[in-house]
Design a protein around this ligand. Structure first.
Ligand code: FE2
Length: 154
């Protein structure tokens, strides 16, 4: 399976979010690579990193949406919760299934499709609302990054 190629049509024009989405793409590509090399241990590791980073990214993004007063914040959060539940199921299936590589391939396919669709639709949709507040709130963004990721660089 081909890696996801990061390109400008995956950008929503908010640097701090684009950097996080790019990192999610890197993790998915790492998973893809581990699958094609048949490295089961690496597959487990990357799936856990991907799960953790996804949760942090969602937490950060949701704080940003709330701060911006984005009107669809609640439904956006629900979309995140549903995806998190799916990822959790796949991570636990990976740990106790008889066919870890089959689970990993399904996880990779699901995540590739979901992330690209989500960025292009739901995330693109909030971009104008968030852009309006960002310039005035740089110190808030740095504080939120530190709170969620423990660093001002995501
Ligand atoms: Fe999102």
């Amino acid at each position: 399976m081909e890696n996801i190629r990061w390109n400008t049509d995956l950008e929503i024009g908010i640097d701090v979010i684009d950097a996080q989405h790019k990192r999610l793409v890197d993790y998915i590509n790492d998973l893809n690579k581990a699958i094609s090399h048949g490295h089961t241990e690496t597959v487990y590791q990357v799936m856990e990193q991907l799960r953790d980073y996804t949760m942090d990214h969602f937490a950060f993004e949701e704080e940003l949406l709330e701060q911006a007063g984005y009107p669809l914040t609640d439904s956006h959060k629900q979309v995140h919760r549903r995806f998190e539940a799916k990822v959790e199921i796949m991570v636990s299936e990976l740990g106790n299934g008889t066919d870890p590589m089959g689970v990993a391939r399904r996880a990779r396919n699901t995540m590739m499709v979901w992330l690209i669709q989500h960025i292009r639709h739901e995330d693109q949709d909030y971009a104008p609302f968030v852009k309006k507040i960002l310039n005035k709130n740089e110190s808030w963004v740095n504080a939120a990054l530190k709170r969620v990721f423990g660093t001002t660089r995501a």
